[in-house]
Every structure is written in structure tokens, then in C-alpha cells.
Design a protein around this ligand. Structure first.
Ligand code: AQP
Length: 332
């Protein structure tokens, strides 16, 4: 079977360092090694973005465009990666419906992300999309018969569910049309934590502005957020992830951004302030070229051309697979 990498990112805001290290940077590394025979498909999952309830149409549209620009600004290469908008391929939603017939509501309701996000709603107000989110996510991947899924560590439970669905589809219909996709998660930096609460992951939609560094943050904003990041008053810096979780979080982030191991960071004589300043400096240096590329892309029309062209390419691939799936299921 052909090797196909697939991943998705929600246009729910500006990507942050968690998205960067969880998926964008690994994606760019894979892209460098890509051989002709390997497929790489990256989706801006705008249908997922309304799973917590509707957004203003204008906001969704501009967030989607901005996410596309951000991905290209970080180094996603449209010559090597098929970057497309999920809602341009309606076959995905049809496959999600088919997968729903193979899944129980209780299993979906037990998923940790559902439990966590549904707690923010009053009982009786939880949108259906929040529960069925993992079905749509599985459909994204299975639609393209992807074999490998680069994602952050937070997606492990959804990946298990996806594997179960591919297996159930194969058993139910006695077919091997849909491969069971493998999660691809780096051993290091697969979970970047919030700057304000190192027990939580850095996230676009929770934790507040100061908890995340967004790829568009200015130098001033980066220094301010690092300055205000949670640390402790225990004096000289030591790396002790069990007892000094907040300081360890900042060191982990510094290690990720500077591509140095913890042992290579000369923090012995640093104060917390020194650590925060080194961190801010490294982040700013890393993000400077991304910010520059992004400004150029946002003001130009290149991105609109790419999305338009890829709408057709992605749709053709999906339609071809959907024809076979419809036969297998009995719709044709
Ligand atoms: N903190 C993180 N560390 C490592 N990887 C992360 N990812 C997200 N947060 C971290 C990875 O980024 C990819 C895209 O994520 P998403 O846009 O689908 O949304 P998410 O996983 O729910 O992340 P967010 O930023 O917290 O978004 P919201 O707030 O909108 O739900 C995934 O591969 C994810 O693993």
C-alpha cells in the first residue's frame, strides 16, 4: 500500500508553539525526506472548528485563510504537501456518517477530550459536534487511505478510536480498503505545556492569552509572556520536572526552541529572570522569519490560488476513494 501522511489543524485561532512542535515542525522534517512515491496531505479542518458551536462566518473564513498562510510561512511546501480546506471535500462528512454507524455514543462520551470540553457547557447545551468530533477526524484520515498520522501526544486516544474504526470497517464489510493508520508522534516535545499552568497543554482555545506563544506574537509580546510565565521562588535554576514543574516547563521549551538537550543548556548560574530572558530571546529569533513570511503571504493572493487548486486535487482523490467505499457499504 502507498505511504500517505495525513494531518489536520483547526482554524480556531493562530497556531502556537504547541501546534508548531506537535505537528508543524515534524511535518516539515518529513517533507524534507519525502520521496516521490509518498503522499503528504495536510488539512485545515474548518468543519472541526465549529464543533463547539457556530463562529461568525467572517471569522471562520479569515481564520482559515490565516491558518493556511501560517502553515506555508512555517515551511509547508505546496509542491510537496497537498494543503486543502476540509469543507471543500464534502465526501469526508459522508464518510464520517458511515463511521458513526460503527461506533457507540458511550465510547465517544468516555473520551477525555469530550469530557473536558463538555464540562464547559451547561447540561443539555452540549453540541452534537463535540461528541462526534472524533468520527469526523477519523473520516479525514481514512478518506485519503492515509497510513501515517503525525500529531501531538494529546491525540493518542482519538488515534486509538480511529484505528478501531478502520478495523471495524474492515471486519464489517470484509474488506482491506481502509488501512489502519499509525500515529507518528515525536519522543520529545510532543506535548508543549501552558506557560500559566504547566499541568495543562498549551492550547488555542483555553488557558488565556498569556498561556500560549502564538506564531505571530511580536518581540514585545514574547518577552512579556515569558516574563509572566509561571516559575517558582526557589532561586538558582535546576532541572527537576517532578518538584519544579514550572521551571522544568520553561527549560523544556528552551530545549525545544534552541534544539539543544537540557544538558547542553548552561543554566547553572541563571536566575529565573535569566531563564525567561534567554527563552524569550530564542523564541523571538525563531519566530522572526515566520512572522515576516506570514505578513507577505497574508497581503498577497498566492494562498488563495493554492487553496483553489488544491480543492480540486483533494476532491478528486476523495471522490475516487468514496466511489469504492459507497460500493463496499451498499450505497452504489
Ligand atoms: N500543546 C501541544 N503540544 C503538542 N502538540 C499540540 N497540538 C495541539 N496542542 C499541542 C497538536 O497540534 C495539532 C493541531 O491541533 P488542533 O488545531 O486540531 O487542535 P487541538 O489539538 O485541540 O489543539 P489546540 O491548540 O488546543 O486547539 P483548540 O484549543 O482549538 O482545541 C494536533 O496534532 C495536536 O496534537
Amino acid at each position: 500500500k502507498k505511504t500517505i501522511y495525513f494531518s489536520g489543524i483547526q482554524p480556531t485561532g493562530i497556531p502556537h508553539l504547541g501546534n508548531y512542535f506537535g505537528v508543524i515542525d515534524p511535518w516539515i522534517e518529513l517533507q524534507k525526506l519525502k520521496e516521490e512515491s509518498i503522499g503528504m496531505i495536510l488539512s485545515i479542518v474548518d468543519q472541526h472548528a465549529i464543533s463547539l458551536g457556530p463562529l461568525k462566518a467572517e471569522d471562520l473564513r479569515s481564520n482559515t485563510r490565516q491558518m493556511a498562510c501560517s502553515l506555508i510561512a512555517c515551511g509547508v511546501d505546496p509542491q510537496k504537501t497537498l494543503l486543502f480546506r476540509q469543507s471543500d471535500v464534502p465526501e469526508i462528512a459522508q464518510l464520517s456518517w458511515i463511521l458513526g454507524s460503527l461506533q457507540t455514543t458511550s465510547k465517544l462520551a468516555r473520551l477525555p477530550q469530550y469530557k473536558e470540553k463538555s464540562e464547559k457547557f451547561k447540561k443539555g447545551d452540549i453540541p452534537v459536534g463535540l461528541l462526534t468530533y472524533p468520527l469526523l477526524q477519523a473520516a479525514d484520515v481514512l478518506m485519503f487511505r492515509a497510513t501515517h498520522v503525525p500529531v501531538g501526544e494529546d491525540q493518542s486516544q482519538h488515534m486509538n478510536l480511529m484505528g478501531g474504526l478502520a478495523y471495524a470497517f474492515s471486519k464489517t464489510y470484509n474488506t482491506d480498503f481502509l488501512p489502519i493508520p499509525k500515529q507518528v508522534t515525536r519522543k520529545t516535545n510532543a506535548r508543549i505545556k501552558s506557560l500559566r499552568d504547566p499541568t495543562k497543554k498549551m492550547s488555542k482555545s483555553s488557558g488565556g492569552d498569556k498561556s500560549r506563544i502564538e506564531l505571530t506574537d511580536s518581540r514585545e509580546a514574547i518577552f512579556e509572556k515569558c516574563q509572566k510565565a509561571q516559575s517558582d521562588n526557589l532561586g538558582k535554576i535546576t532541572y527537576d520536572p517532578e518538584n519544579r514543574i514550572a521551571v522544568a516547563n520553561l527549560l523544556d521549551l528552551l530545549s525545544a526552541i534552541s534544539q539543544k538537550s537540557i544538558e547542553e543548556i548552561p543554566f547553572e548560574n541563571w536566575t529565573t529572570l535569566d531563564l525567561k530572558q534567554h527563552l524569550a530571546q530564542e523564541i523571538d529569533q525563531k519566530l522572526e522569519p515566520i512572522r515576516r513570511n506570514l505578513r507577505e503571504l497574508e497581503n498577497g493572493s498566492k494562498i488563495d490560488v493554492i487553496l483553489k487548486e488544491n480543492e480540486e486535487k483533494a476532491r478528486n482523490l476523495a471522490q475516487e476513494n468514496m466511489k469504492e467505499i459507497r460500493k463496499i457499504v451498499g450505497f452504489l
